[in-house]
Structure formats: C-alpha cells, structure tokens
Design a protein around this ligand. Sequence first.
Ligand code: AP5
Ligand code: ZN
Length: 206
Amino acid sequence: PLVVIAGPPAAGKGTQCEKIKAKYGYVHISTGDILRENVKNGTELGKKAEGFMKAGALVPSELIVDLVKDRLGQDDVKEKGCLLDGFPRAPDQAQAMVDAGLKVEKFLLIDVPDEELVVRGCGRRLDPETGEIYHLKFKPPPAEVVDRLVHRSDDQEEAIRNRLKIYRDQVNGIVPFFKDVVSEIDGTGKPDDVFGLVGASLDALK
Ligand code: AP5
Ligand code: ZN
C-alpha cells in the first residue's frame, strides 16, 4: 500500500517510520532525508534547496515532485509498499499525486501541541552513521556516539517556528484530498504509545 505520514515539524514522523518499517516492511521515503542527503553531497538539487531548508521554508515543488513520482515507480515500492514522509506538504503536491494516479490508502496525521514541538526539535540530534534519531532529554544518545551526532541546521527555534507556521498554513489545503483515508493520531504520548495508535490504523488496512 501507499501510506502517507504527515504532521508538523518534530512531531515524530521519522521516529514512527522506523518502527513502521521494522514491523510492516514498507519502504520509507522521506523527502527531507533525500534533500539533506543532496545538500550534504553538494548536488545541483542540494545547492538549490539548501537556503530554503535552513530558513525552514519549503523548497519549490518543481524541485521535488518528479523525484518523488520516479521513486514511487520503483520495484521495491511496488513489492513492499511505501511510507511517504514529508510529501505532499502543499496542495499542488497533493494535486500532482492525484494527477499521477497515485492512490493513497492511508493518510496518518500526527499532531502535537506547538510548544512541545519546539522542545522536541531543539533537542533532536541525528546519528549520521546509523540514521538513528535521538533527543538529548527524551531519547538520550549512548556515550560512544555523542561525538559524531549532528544538529540539523533547521532545528533552531526560529526556523522551527517558521516551519510550524508554514505547516499550519498548508495542512488544511492538503487534508481534503485524502479525507476518506485520514487517521488522526495523537502524538503527545511516548513513542511506543504513539506506535500503538499508528499500528491500529495500519492493521485495519490488511
Ligand atoms: P522534513 O525532514 O520533512 O522535516 P519536518 O517535516 O519538519 O519534520 P522533522 O523531520 O523535523 O520531524 P519528524 O516529525 O520526523 O520528527 P522526529 O521523529 O525526527 O523536511 C525538512 C525540510 O525539507 C523542510 O522544512 C523543507 O525545507 C524541505 N522539504 C522536505 N519535504 C518537502 C516537500 N515535500 N516540499 C517542499 N520542501 C520540502 O522527532 C523529532 C524529535 O522528537 C526527535 O529528537 C525525537 O527523538 C523526538 N521524539 C519523537 N517522538 C517523540 C515522542 N513521542 N515523545 C518525545 N520525543 C519524541
Ligand atoms: Zn523527519
């Protein structure tokens, strides 16, 4: 199936995707991860996207839509199903999915109050070697990985608040496209509690 996972910045999308991938075997496609990889490698796409990302703004849709459509057409996605994280995040991207005939079977919409999101974002650290997502307080990294952890350039309070504002502005224009398959998930609990809610929603798909 094609499952979309949406929600504000630092709501726990990536954290839940790791758990979903482990249990259901879906391929995780995160547009944010793809863009960060391109920035790191200095590709043309990365050079175009970098400034937008650092400020917490959306990159222009034309930079990302074809890339996602291509990725969704690959064999592993067709075999295993797909978990699309961070896309669509503007109405034109949702429309592009409809136009391409991409049928979303579940739209998981995780929400968490704004002030909690700022705390989650500011304390996030990533392990570039394993891809593991940590939080200084909520999921403390083991001592042996601390030296290599990365603090995302958009995980500064100002950029987080900007991302949050954009998210709240866009989401109401996106959800109507998927209204028949939306599951609203309360993301305030512990990661395993949230996964209980996510799992109940995905199990109903089978
Ligand atoms: P993207 O990477 O998609 O960022 P985002 O949507 O802002 O979401 P995050 O990755 O910040 O958060 P998350 O929900 O995955 O949370 P996580 O699990 O890490 O996009 C980044 C940028 O790329 C955009 O701003 C834009 O510029 C660009 N972009 C991407 N896609 C685009 C598109 N389609 N169009 C245009 N531009 C695009 O968790 C966060 C923290 O909280 C972690 O520290 C974690 O340990 C902790 N945590 C998680 N769950 C819990 C919990 N239940 N309790 C306590 N702590 C928790
Ligand atoms: Zn993420």
